[in-house]
Design a protein around this ligand. Structure first.
Ligand code: SAM
Length: 329
């Protein structure tokens, strides 16, 4: 395998209690949307079995995502099962934080190591409008506090920046979390899914974000922690911490990508922008052995040559897309 397979994102549900306008817009994901039926979703046992096989092929880090992973009942049981997979070095989860206050302790006890909370603004009105569920900032902040108290440190915060919507709240966000020694990662608004009406004009680039923050709190580039790290890190020159920017639109990083994605229904995607998933559920439920599944994974990963992100940013913005909500970002 040319690019090593190191990271696996596992989406445990396609459902979410938010309707973020850039991800699961209500006009599309409203009443009547055909969400997956229970039987179509991988069970915890199936997910854990696949995780074990992925780890045997070199995966070291697993991140649980969704939809909103905390809406899947008893997700902490899955965390407990995954935390016992031999050879897995890092187990983390990305959440919108809405249910974190009540779940943080159980997740930690189950063996979760780290957590990332998505929060698009500290301005309550802006945030409520973006999540389109009228969900207040304060409750997400209480969730973050609960995660810190539970020992799920370091908590990282993800903010998708959309021009004219929340970009005026970028600096406030940076300042708030810098004072609390928590890292914010600012994400360029991506063209994911056919449903969010993406336009290049709506993107605030990583360079612009760094410029805005750096003008108030001087920054300098920090190194990369590991190959395949998607965030470019910058530290505050006064030593008060760091931020990250994820420049998937302005500076795509396909050549370095070490990440695979498993959808809630058991499809493997080798790229966030891939349209076609490879069905693993059929193999699992059809009696495939671990060795056969491993061979299949090896062949899929070995053949991958996708550069959708790079292509999309250059000349072919109309490439078809998979839904972000389906494979979890
Ligand atoms: N529900 C969880 C959450 O809110 O973090 C996990 C799933 S969510 C799809 C994962 C991440 O993808 C979130 O940080 C979200 O903001 C980000 N995301 C979704 N749509 C995006 C888009 N169009 N561009 C950039 N990031 C996006």
């Amino acid at each position: 395998m040319d690019r090593p397979l190191r990271d696996l994102r596992i989406s445990v549900t396609d459902r979410c209690n938010f309707r973020c306008t850039y991800c699961m817009p209500r006009e599309v994901f409203g009443r009547g949307f055909p969400f997956l039926a229970r039987a179509e979703i991988l069970t915890f046992e199936e997910i854990t079995r696949l995780a074990r096989i992925f780890v045997s092929l070199g995966v070291e880090k697993i991140r649980i995502t969704g939809g909103e992973p905390l809406v899947r009942s008893d997700v902490e049981k899955l965390i407990a099962m995954l935390s016992r997979v031999d050879g897995l070095k890092d187990l983390s989860l990305t959440t919108n934080g809405s249910l974190l206050k009540s779940k943080a302790g159980a997740l930690k006890r189950a063996g979760l190591q780290r957590i990332t909370v998505s929060l698009d603004s500290l301005d309550d009105e802006v945030f409520r409008a973006m999540n389109d569920a009228d969900f207040p900032v304060e409750r997400v902040l209480r969730g973050i506090d609960a995660a810190v108290e539970a020992g799920l440190a370091p908590v990282k915060v993800n903010m998708v920046v959309k021009k004219g919507v929340n970009d005026h709240t970028v600096v406030e966000m940076a300042r708030h979390f810098r004072e609390r020694s928590q890292t914010v990662r600012f994400i360029e608004y991506m063209d994911v899914g056919n449903t969010n009406g993406w336009r290049l004009d709506d993107v605030v680039t990583a360079a612009q974000i760094i410029g805005m923050i750096g003008a108030e709190m001087p920054l300098e580039p920090a190194g990369r922690d590991y190959r395949g790290e998607v965030a470019r890190r910058y530290r505050y020159k006064d030593g008060s911490g760091e931020i990250g920017v994820i420049a998937s639109v302005s500076q795509p990083f396909c050549a370095d990508c070490t990440r695979a994605r498993l959808s809630a229904s058991g499809k493997l995607y080798t790229c966030l922008f891939a349209t076609r998933g490879h069905d693993l559920r059929g193999l699992l439920r059809g009696g495939g052995t671990d060795a056969e599944i491993a061979e299949f994974l090896r062949s899929v990963w070995g053949l991958r040559d996708d550069r959708y992100s790079e292509l999309r940013s250059s000349q072919t913005p109309d490439l078809p897309k998979v839904e972000m909500s389906h494979i979890g970002g």
